[in-house]
Structure formats: C-alpha cells, structure tokens
Design a protein around this ligand. Structure first.
Ligand code: ZN
Ligand code: ZN
Ligand code: ZN
Length: 256
C-alpha cells in the first residue's frame, strides 16, 4: 500500500492570504501546505480521501488521473469544495463514481450538488453514487475500510483505517476527541496520520502536544502530524516530535 499526501494544511492552507508571518513568507516547499487530502494506492485499487478546494492543483501536480472510489471524512468545505473537479474521474469510467461518507456528509453533498446524484446525470459532469457507510466497515477492491467516528466540533466526522494485505494505515485529519471504541480501532497501526493544527489549544482540533500524547497511547510504527496551520514551521516541528513521529508535507509518500 502506498499513501501519498496530496495536501497537509488546515482549512485556509499555508501560506495564508495576506499573512506576513515567517512560515507564510518561507520559501521552503515543506512550509507550503495545500488543503489536506491523501491518495491511497495498491496494485489494483486507487482511493482518494477528501476533495478540498485544491483538488485540481493536487491532481495535476501528482498526476492523479483516475480513482476507483472516494472517501470523505466530513462536510467542512476544506474537505469537499473540490467536488466539481471529481468530474475528471468520471469521464473514463462506465459507472458512477462511488463516494463513501457518513450519513450527514452524504446528505450534505446531495443538497449542495444535486445534479451529480440525479438519475442519469449530465455528460461531462460529476456522476456520483453517494454511499452512506453509517460507520460500518466496507470493501473497495482489495482495500478493507473501517470508518472511525471522532469528535470535531458539531459536525459528524470520521477517520478511516485502510487495510490491504497486512498493511494498515489510519487517517484522521480533523479530530478533537474520540470515544474509547474509536481509539481501539486506531491502536498499533503501521502508520497513523492525525490532526495537529497548532501548538496552542484549539476547540475543535488537536494541538501538537495533544497529538503527541494520543500517538504515544495509540503507538503506530509511524506517527504523522497533518492538517497543520501557518504558525507551525516544518523543521521546528520535525525537531520537536518524538523519534517515531514526523510532520506530513505535501508530496510525502509512505510505502506500507
Ligand atoms: Zn479540515
Ligand atoms: Zn502566516
Ligand atoms: Zn473540519
């Protein structure tokens, strides 16, 4: 299983429009973060998790031209605003593009983009199959997917654990807390990428220190901090994290 980080930034991206802070003015590519999304590929299956407003730029930058299915974590716009660019993944396929999401997010997508879910659909536009997983595990090709319910403000939000063969990857880009049953699903993975917005406490996201504490408890072989804001310098964060952890950056690829 390969995991490619298409974006590692929080909702406004990094640099932030109009900001003059050191990270936003940095010329280091690792301090430039598109909105968070990952592409997971196996020998036979390609999965996209989240489709934020940078989807077009991400697909062009990393040569993503086809996906078998899309997973969505939640309805915040930094995770779904690139919906219309999913059209490129519909042109070459015979059936509709499966979009797996929680109940609330599936309903939101159908409200925002009704034409994409209408019977028939329009040639050239997104033709999607909205699939509510309701938190139950499902299979896409050779990838077993386990939704992981988490708390992130008032919006129904999921992380995912993806398993192909013996490789297990967890992805939880937006989270503040989670129930014990979700913690169990995330324990001892080969790699776990989790929300680390900033150093100060935040009402709906894990801080860097909260992320580290949770990573120590969940003990993945590799812990990755993602969905990071502009107050966090890549190299300072890399030096701050324990040995088994690293910051995500756009273009980071894991082979599990
Ligand atoms: Zn987000
Ligand atoms: Zn800034
Ligand atoms: Zn969010």
């Amino acid at each position: 299983m390969k995991v490619l980080f298409l974006g590692s930034g929080t909702s406004v991206g990094v640099p932030v429009i109009g900001c003059k802070c050191g990270v936003c003015r940095s010329t280091d590519p690792r301090n430039k973060r598109l909105r968070s999304a990952v592409l997971v590929t196996t020998d036979s299956t390609t999965l996209l998790i989240d489709f934020g407003p940078d989807l077009r730029a991400q697909a062009l930058r990393y040569g993503v031209s086809a996906v078998d299915a899309v997973l969505c974590t939640h309805e915040h716009l930094d995770h779904i605003a690139g919906f219309d660019d999913l059209r490129a993944f519909c042109w070459e396929r015979s059936g509709r593009l499966p979009i797996h999401a929680g109940d609330q997010c599936t309903a939101r997508l159908a409200t925002m983009y009704p034409w994409a879910f209408a019977p028939g659909g329009y040639r050239g536009y997104v033709r999607a199959d909205g699939i509510r997983h309701s938190g139950a595990p499902f299979q896409v090709g050779d990838v077993a997917v386990q939704p992981v319910p988490v708390e992130h403000g008032s919006v129904e939000t999921y992380g995912y654990v993806l398993r192909a063969g013996s490789a297990r990857f967890g992805y939880v880009p937006d989270v503040k807390q989670m129930p014990a049953s979700s913690l169990e699903l995330l324990r001892g993975l080969d790699a776990l990428a989790m929300d680390g917005l900033c150093f100060p406490q935040h009402p709906t996201h894990l801080s860097i220190d909260e992320n580290i504490a949770l990573m120590r408890e969940l003990a993945p072989a590799r812990g990755i901090v993602t969905h990071t804001g502009h107050r966090v310098d890549y190299h300072q964060l890399a030096a701050y994290l324990p040995r088994f952890m690293q910051p995500a950056y756009d273009g980071l690829q894991l082979t599990l």
